[in-house]
Design a protein around this ligand. Structure first.
Ligand code: ADE
Length: 424
């Protein structure tokens, strides 16, 4: 339905706006760092008149980020960074209650998804804020004439950062981007504890499975995989990790998990979750070995980690048995269950990461945008880390909000750390 307010946008139903406001305010309770930034932004207006084009998961937490940027003076336009992650009530509230142009409908097809990205590009953004690099890639591929307007961009997620490095290597990237994902206050918390908890949440909401006693195969032991493996163990599951990186595999081993190739894991797993950022990590020959009743889900950014086309070919029949659960019946009678069309299950079937971790991720976003604007024209082309002062400031603010104090180095300790003469 096209939105009948003066704010442009494309959302499912503006009548959901009141519900969205309540949930956005609920999330705000757990976002003290964003709250403080929003107050300062409202006073100082560091983003006055800057056009920010944001392609993010449209959630309650993202709404709080958008409000902070808006209060900082930015003209923010938002679209979804995944066809299945939008919270329709939040999108409605952004348009109808907060006047932030938003283009996002949960379940939109690919054509509408890219139409929404182009609607954001129509505003000629000076800052791009991306989660997965679709906005940046579309801008470079389809609107090269607009690149002169752009001061810089930010990227939220591992997959997006990997794509950006690909663009840089090819000489395709034309403006500087800050890789928010690389900040310690982002990946150590959002990827690990956020993905760990929200993935369990999404699979639980979709299936109502009991985790205790299940064999859970965690495919990939990056920060997201580490988080999920530890949370699944906490729920009483037997956790098996598969990896291609020998150091990570060793780490998983010493963290107390079983490590084996996917071909072996495929035969024993009850629940499989992919978190690798790579294609077909659950491939046809793995699906062929799985037990009757196995559940397969993805928590990586794109829906290409599971070979869904092969699963569809292998199936004699398929049916939707619950929201976000599709049953594939194979020729020999085995049933495999694919969750959320292979899209990131934590956002498709649940609400994504809890606000408390998004608080830090999005503080990195907001402060990185401020950094780009304050240093416009002075940041070299490249994919940059979040400046360390910003990372540490966010950790300090978060600790303060949690009521936690920490020690500071004494002058003697500082001198000691700076010296090399003293030994045994
Ligand atoms: N990515 C994962 N969880 C998220 C959330 N709650 N909001 C925005 N992006 C997310």
């Amino acid at each position: 339905m096209t939105t009948p307010t003066t704010t442009p946008g494309d959302v499912r139903d503006v009548r959901l706006a009141r519900e969205g406001v309540l949930r956005i305010e609920w999330a705000a309770r757990e976002m003290p760092v964003i709250r403080r930034l929003r107050e300062r932004f409202a006073r100082e207006k560091p983003l006055r008149g800057v056009r920010v084009g944001a392609c993010l998961h449209v959630t309650t937490e993202t709404a709080n980020l958008a409000l902070a940027l808006r209060d900082g003076g930015a003209d923010v336009t938002l679209c979804a960074s995944n066809p299945l992650s939008t919270q329709d009530d939040v999108a409605a509230a952004l348009v109808a209650e907060y006047g932030i142009p938003t283009y996002a409908v949960k379940g939109e097809d690919n054509e509408r998804y890219y139409r929404h990205i182009r609607a954001v590009l129509d505003t000629r953004p000076q800052i791009t804020m991306d989660d997965g690099c679709d906005l940046v890639a579309t801008l470079h591929q389809e609107r090269p004439e607009q690149l002169v307007d752009v001061i810089g961009g930010t990227e939220e997620t591992t997959t997006g950062v990997v794509r950006l490095h690909g663009m840089l290597k090819d000489g395709a990237l034309k403006y500087p981007i800050i890789a928010v994902n690389e900040a310690d206050t982002k990946h150590l918390f959002d990827n690990r504890y956020g993905t760990g908890q929200s993935t369990l949440d999404g699979i639980t909401r979709a299936t109502n499975v009991l985790w205790a006693g299940k064999t859970v195969v965690v495919v990939g032991y990056g920060w997201c995989g580490r988080g999920l493996a530890s949370r699944a163990r906490g729920m009483g599951a037997q956790v098996v990790v598969t990896e291609v990186n020998p150091v990570r595999a060793l780490e998983a081993m010493m963290d107390g998990f079983q490590v084996m190739p996917m071909a072996g894991a495929a035969e024993i797993g009850d629940i499989f979750v992919t978190l690798t950022g790579d294609i077909n990590v659950v491939d046809r020959h793995h699906l062929e070995r799985m037990k009757d009743g196995a559940i397969v889900a993805n928590s990586g950014h794109f829906n290409d980690e599971i070979n869904i086309a092969a699963l569809a070919e292998m199936a004699e029949a398929r049916r939707q048995v619950r929201p976000f659960v599709e049953e594939f019946r194979l020729g020999d009678g085995r049933r495999l269950y694919l969750l959320g069309e292979g899209r990131l299950i934590n956002l498709a079937a649940a609400e994504g990461h809890p606000a408390s971790v998004m608080d830090m991720s999005f503080a990195n976003q907001a402060l990185s945008v401020e950094h780009l604007v304050r240093n416009a024209g002075r940041i070299t082309l490249g994919v940059h880390r979040v400046p360390e002062e910003i990372d540490h400031e966010i950790a300090r603010l978060k600790l303060r909000a949690m009521g936690v104090e920490i020690d500071v180095l004494t002058p003697e300790q500082e001198a000691y750390l700076a010296s090399w003469q003293m030994g045994t």
